[in-house]
Every structure is written in structure tokens, then in C-alpha cells.
Design a binder for this molecule. Structure first.
Ligand code: NAD
Length: 294
């Protein structure tokens, strides 16, 4: 299939590589020429604009930082909506707020372009391995159409409902993750301050009712899980600033439906404090620094 892919960053580049590996023909665009060069060397065609990338495309994907970037890539004079042929599916895999996804779907629908939001989880490792989870918001018919394309990049392709529901699933999951990581960081730091062996404490939590992914797979206390960022100085992984962004999306979406988000708002402030002290680029489990360095 001829595919246009726009946004070749930490996630987009390996996703695009997997589309190439699956035998698709790719036209790519990114503001960063080096990112396009790497894909061109792997067999993709570098385009001069999102509009040019859409020339001849049978499916268009975007993987951009935030809603403002998606808006500009879609609506600019040289943007996607100016170049996409009628009835060609447009899939946005960026993590953005559900309301923006629904607004983009309306814009696209005005010219007969079917739109799906399909944010991902699995991180850069999952993007490289082609094992991402896609949370898809689309009509059932569009979901059927785009599933084969997404399968080249992911292992779990889940239809979450109509447009915006992929983003809803994504930001609700990350709200749990941001809060649970802060809770585990708080408990591990408290235990350490009270004098318990932190490995024994982690074992107890992981075999008791406090067990969760933030504790048993990604524990923020150094030396508990060898493969976790905490055991390598909080490098790699999922950046604290990205978690801060996602918690902001969750609390913003909560406001829009008059829904309280007590824990999400507090977690957002914790990650804001981590970012302010200059640690926003560290893995989000570095939230434990707010407890241990004090
Ligand atoms: P990134 O910053 O590494 O990449 C974004 C890319 O978009 C960059 O290459 C940038 O040059 C390009 N870009 C920005 N504006 C552009 C424009 N107007 N036209 C063309 N290209 C443009 O970000 P990422 O880590 O790849 O994340 C992308 C999205 O996926 C974000 O919404 C993020 O929240 C989400 N996400 C990231 C991860 C992760 O672990 N990194 C995991 C899940 C979801």
C-alpha cells in the first residue's frame, strides 16, 4: 500500500521503519531533515511537505508531539488536508486530547476524509519491535479498513469506540500510571526512611494488595528491578515531561466534562515540580527524587 507518514521522531521513525519492513511504499515528511534522511536510506521517499507526502497515498499517518502540531500539519496550505485524496483514511497516532481529535475528525469529514485517532502505548521499545498497543477511535467500518496497516506496527489493536475514544483510553491509563508511580515512590521512600530493607519491602508490595506495574516491573527505587530506568540513573524510558503532558491532557479533559480529577491534578503538580528542577527529560519514575533527595 502507498502510505504517507508525517512525524519521524522517537516513535514515528521506528513505526515508519516497520511499515517499510512490511512491504509498504512510504512517502515521509518531518521538519527535521536528518530524520527524513534516515528513512530515505531505508527505502522511503522524502517529501517536501505533508501535502506532497500525501500524493498518491492510500493511507496517511501522523505521529506528532501535541495537538497544535497536528492542527498545523493537517490545515496548513501545504498540509495533509490539501493533498489527501477523497476517502483516504487519515490516522493520527499522536497523544492529544479527545476534543481536538473530534475537531480534526470534523474538519476532515468536511472533505470526505475518514479520520481515526490511534494513540499508542509500548514506548520506543515497542515501536522498534512492532509490538505497540493501538487504542483506536473510529467508526467500525474505518477500524476494519485501517487494522491491516496498524498490525504492521503493533501487536494489540483495540477498537475503543468512536473518534476520541482512543485518546480517552490513553489518557485515562496514563492517569493511573502517573498516580501509581508517585504512590510507589512515596511508599518505597517512606519504608527506606523507616529502615526496612527496600528489597523486602518491594517483595511484600509485589505479593500483596499494593502490587502494580509501577512496583513489580518498573519500581522507581534503584536496584529493585535490574531492567528498570531506576537502575540506570533514570535514563531512557518514558520522559517525565511526556507524563506531565499526558496528565495535563487528563486534567484538561476532566475539566471539560466537569469531572473531578483529584489524584490526576496532584500527580500533575508533582511532575511539574520534577520538571521545574530540571529533571523533565529523565524517565518519569525519577519522581522518587522529590522524596529521596529532600
Ligand atoms: P518526538 O518529539 O520524538 O517526535 C516528534 C516529531 O515530530 C519530531 O521528529 C519533529 O521534528 C516532528 N514535527 C514536529 N512538528 C512538525 C511539523 N509541523 N511537521 C512535521 N514534523 C513535525 O515525539 P515522540 O516521542 O515520537 O512522540 C510522538 C507522540 O507519541 C507524542 O504525542 C507522545 O506523547 C506520544 N507517545 C510517545 C511515547 C514515547 O515513549 N516517546 C510513547 C507513547 C506515546
Amino acid at each position: 500500500m502507498n502510505i504517507a507518514f508525517i512525524g519521524l521522531g522517537n516513535m514515528g521513525a521506528p513505526m515508519a521503519m516497520n511499515l517499510l519492513k512490511a512491504g509498504h511504499a512510504l512517502k515521509v515528511f518531518d521538519l527535521n531533515p536528518a530524520a527524513m534522511q534516515a528513512l530515505a536510506e531505508a527505502g522511503a521517499q522524502a517529501a517536501l511537505s505533508p501535502r506532497a507526502a500525501c500524493d498518491g497515498a492510500e493511507c496517511v499517518l501522523t505521529m506528532l508531539p501535541a495537538a497544535a502540531h497536528v492542527h498545523s500539519v493537517l490545515t496548513a496550505d501545504e498540509g495533509v488536508l490539501a493533498g489527501i485524496a477523497p476517502d483516504v483514511p487519515l490516522i493520527d497516532s499522536s497523544t492529544i486530547d479527545p476534543a481536538s481529535a473530534q475537531r480534526f475528525a470534523e474538519l476532515a469529514a468536511r472533505q470526505g476524509t475518514p479520520f481515526a485517532d490511534a494513540p499508542v502505548s509500548g514506548g520506543t521499545g515497542g515501536a522498534a519491535a512492532g509490538t505497540l498497543t493501538f487504542m483506536v477511535g473510529a467508526s467500525p467500518a474505518l477500524f476494519e479498513r485501517i487494522q491491516p496497516v496498524l498490525t504492521a506496527m503493533g501487536k494489540h489493536i483495540v477498537h475503543c469506540g468512536g473518534v476520541g475514544m482512543g485518546q480517552t483510553a490513553k489518557i485515562c491509563n496514563n492517569l493511573v500510571l502517573g498516580v501509581s508511580m508517585a504512590a510507589v515512590a512515596e511508599a518505597m521512600s517512606l519504608g527506606a526512611a523507616l529502615g526496612i530493607d527496600t528489597k523486602i519491602l518491594a517483595d511484600i508490595i509485589n505479593t500483596s494488595s499494593g502490587r502494580c506495574w509501577s512496583s513489580d516491573t518498573y519500581n522507581p527505587y534503584p536496584g529493585i528491578v535490574e531492567t528498570a530506568p531506576a537502575s540506570r540513573g533514570y535514563s531512557g524510558g518514558f520522559g517525565a515531561d511526556l507524563m506531565l503532558k499526558d496528565l495535563g491532557l487528563a486534567t484538561g479533559a476532566a475539566k471539560s466534562v466537569h469531572q473531578p480529577a483529584f489524584m490526576g491534578a496532584l500527580a500533575e503538580q508533582l511532575y511539574q515540580a520534577l520538571s521545574q528542577r530540571g529533571d523533565g527529560r529523565l524517565d518519569f519514575s525519577a519522581i522518587i527524587k522529590l522524596y529521596r533527595d529532600a
